[in-house]
Design a protein around this ligand. Structure first.
Ligand code: NI
Length: 152
């Protein structure tokens, strides 16, 4: 098991636009494994590669019942609105509310290099939007319409 240190704001890696993955090689598979282990260890429901210092377009998510890993994820459509509290392992101690789409369709690749084309709504849709924002150097407080300290 490989648990990595999660970078926190204001680490500059979190603000970079991540590069597309050109080839799914052993290095990419190792990053995926490290991301999965780190997310579960930290009890997060999503993680983006820059959070462990890798500036590549890779995310993993698991909002409770469904582990997904997506390479080069792209949101191809959005529908509706939701606004629920969110936090981030890279922004400890803060909770915020952002305007997010209620439903998204996301395309990308899985670890085998196969096309992923997925429709998500609710919490899964929110987590996907949050993680994909990380790949463009965006942290949730940038978009929050309300932000507060998490006292717990
Ligand atoms: Ni985050």
């Amino acid at each position: 098991m490989s648990v990595y240190k999660i970078l926190t704001d204001p680490n500059p890696v979190l603000r970079q636009k991540c590069a597309e993955v050109k080839r799914i090689n052993a290095g990419v598979l190792r990053v995926l494994e490290n991301m999965r282990d780190t997310m579960y260890f930290a009890e997060g429901i999503g993680l983006a590669a820059p959070q462990i210092g890798v500036s590549k377009r890779i995310i993993v998510v698991d909002p409770g019942d469904n582990y997904l890993e997506i390479i080069n994820p792209v949101i191809v459509s959005r529908e509706g609105e939701q606004n629920r509290s969110e936090g981030c392992l890279s922004v400890p101690g803060k909770v915020g509310w952002c305007n997010r789409a209620q439903k998204v369709r996301v395309t990308g690749l899985n670890a085998l290099g196969e096309d992923v084309d997925l429709e998500a709504e609710g919490l899964l849709a929110l987590v996907l939007q949050h993680e994909i924002d990380h790949l463009d150097g965006i942290l949730f407080p940038d978009k929050a319409v309300r932000l507060r300290n998490d006292d717990f």
